[in-house]
Structure formats: structure tokens, C-alpha cells
Design a binder for this molecule. Structure first.
Ligand code: BV8
Length: 238
């Protein structure tokens, strides 16, 4: 059974990573257009570097939670039948053990060289304008997809969403496209759709199964259900 899981900031909230739109969220302290657009970076690169350098340091200091670990456990059981598509730029899915993973909005742990296009793994601050490891130019920016920029691996994601039998949305407000549209694509093509979220999001189409609660409780419980059903099918031979 092919499963696509889309995750948002809510899956990392209990690890201590602020979400965007909850109270005291990331957008609270900043105007999106100032810190998450190419125009904002053009206007004030120091502000944008400070915003992402602080988030990179914070993300390195927290740990994956039970929700991230449950998805890694599911991948351990079903392998290639699971693809995790995350809107998050932290590396908590990787650190929990997930391998089949797409960071559609980029990663804090990568830089993007605006001179040569290299995308080196990057753990340190960028505000000091370090040289690009590939070309030496001091033109590195966070490798994060800003508003108005093309997300990564859209073809691969859309193919997986169109082909999946189960589509699960975890910890996302469904406010940003094209990610927010995937539930409609999956549903239109016959997938069973599930939402695991603190409260129901304003999804573009209703989920078949919408569960409210914290990801660290809902996700392990849902993974247990999937694995138990899979074991029953194996034992009964159907
Ligand atoms: C693009 C990286 C061209 C940066 C981010 C229609 C089609 C295509 C594009 C558009 C369109 N309409 C408008 C657009 C343009 C725009 C857009 O969507 N604007 C919105 C505001 C209307 N989209 C773009 O610009 C995208 N690019 O369109 O390219 C194109 C054209 C056609 C087709 C393809 C491409 C690029 C957008 C990427 C922006 N970058 N992030 C960074 O991280 O700094 S966006 C950022 O916000 C996230 O990545 C995520 O995508 C988005 C939403 O955040 P969430 O993860 O959902 O977090 P949020 O705080 O909102 O919600 C948290 C949720 O968790 C809540 O529901 C809460 O209840 C829940 N929760 C909280 N705690 C818990 C919990 N759940 C469970 N347990 C808990 N403990």
C-alpha cells in the first residue's frame, strides 16, 4: 500500500521548533515579505541571514519527537511504499531515521550559492558571508524556498501523490500552495486521506479521516494501526 505523508511545522512543534502561524510563531515577530521572499533578501540580507542563522542554530539544538520516530518506524516496515514530503526546513525527519524524504521548501542545513548554484550542506551562520566551497564567491543564501520561488521536486511529489492509496497530512495549516493542494489531488484520484493535526485545518477538500490532537500522540497511534492492519493482511494471506 503506497503512502504519502505531508508534514508541516506542527510535527516539529513538540520538539521545540516554533510553527509559523500559531501564537508566538515565526511570522509573529517578522513580516513574511521581509524574511521569506527574494525581495526581502534583496532589500535587507542581514535581517534575513539573522532570521535563518538563528533558526539553523535552534534546529540543531532540538531533538526529533515521537511523531518523527513513528514515521521512521513505518518506513522501516514498508520501505519504498512510504514517501515523506516535508514543508519543514529542519532535519528532524532525517535525524529520526527517515530516508525516503523530500524537502520541498529546502533545508536550513544547506546553503545555495547565488553565483554558481551549488547547494552545499551548511551548519554554520551565513551572516559572515563565507565563501562558497565550490566557487569561492561570497554569495551564499539559505537553501530555503521563499514565497514566489519554485519548490523542489514538484514532479516527483505530484507523481507520488497521484499514485498513492493513502495520503496523510500532519501538522500543517494548509495555507501555502502548491503543498495545500495535494490533498485534493490525492482525493480526486481515489486515495484515502487522513489529517493528524492539533485542530482541523482549513483544507481545500475535506479529509476522509480527520483526527485532532498532538502529533506526538496521533502519529504513533496511526502508525500502529497501519502496521497492525498490514500484519492481519499478511496472516490472512489477502
Ligand atoms: C510557488 C520555507 C510557483 C521558508 C515556506 C497557488 C498555486 C501555487 C502557488 C500559489 C498559489 N496561490 C498562492 C501561491 C503563492 C504562494 C502561496 O501559497 N501563498 C499563500 C500565502 C497563499 N506559494 C508560493 O510562493 C510557493 N511557490 O508558488 O512557486 C508555482 C506556481 C504554480 C505551481 C507550483 C509553483 C512557495 C511557498 C514556499 C514558502 N516557504 N517555508 C521558511 O521555512 O522560512 S512556507 C511555510 O509556511 C511552510 O514551509 C509551509 O509551507 C507553510 C505553512 O506552514 P505550516 O507548516 O503549515 O505551519 P503553520 O504554522 O502554518 O501551521 C502549523 C500547523 O500545525 C497548524 O495547523 C497547527 O494547528 C498544527 N500544530 C501545531 N502544533 C501541533 C500541530 N499539529 C500537531 N501537533 C502539534 N503539536
Amino acid at each position: 500500500m503506497r503512502i504519502v505523508v505531508l508534514t508541516g511545522a506542527g510535527i516539529s512543534a513538540e520538539s521545540g521548533v516554533p510553527t509559523f502561524r500559531d501564537a508566538d510563531g515565526l511570522w509573529e515577530g517578522h513580516l513574511v515579505e521581509d524574511v521569506a521572499t527574494p525581495e526581502g533578501f534583496e532589500r535587507d540580507p542581514d535581517l534575513v541571514h539573522a532570521f535563518y542563522d538563528a533558526r539553523r542554530r535552534a534546529a540543531a539544538s532540538v531533538q526529533p519527537n515521537a511523531a518523527h520516530r513513528a514515521l521512521a518506524r513505518l518506513e522501516g516496515a514498508v520501505g519504498e511504499d512510504l514517501l515523506v514530503v516535508t514543508q519543514n526546513v529542519d532535519d528532524l525527519h532525517e535525524r529520526a531515521g527517515t530516508g525516503n524524504l523530500v524537502h520541498m521548501h529546502g533545508e536550513l542545513r544547506r546553503a545555495l550559492c547565488t553565483s554558481c548554484g551549488a547547494r552545499p550542506v551548511w551548519e554554520d551562520d551565513l551572516a559572515t558571508r563565507p565563501p562558497c566551497p565550490a566557487c569561492g564567491e561570497r554569495m551564499l543564501r539559505p537553501d530555503v524556498v521563499w514565497f514566489g520561488e519554485m519548490p523542489y521536486e514538484l514532479d516527483r511529489i505530484e507523481q507520488a501523490v497521484a499514485a498513492c492509496e493513502v495520503f496523510v497530512s500532519i501538522g500543517t495549516s494548509g495555507a501555502v500552495y502548491p503543498a495545500a493542494g495535494y490533498v485534493a489531488l490525492a482525493s480526486a484520484l481515489g486515495a484515502h486521506t487522513v489529517e493528524l493535526n492539533l485542530e482541523p485545518s482549513d483544507a481545500v477538500v475535506p479529509f476522509d479521516d480527520a483526527r485532532s490532537g498532538r502529533a506526538s500522540e496521533l502519529v504513533p497511534a496511526w502508525v500502529d494501526e497501519i502496521l497492525e492492519a498490514r500484519e492481519r493482511r499478511r496472516v490472512s494471506g489477502c
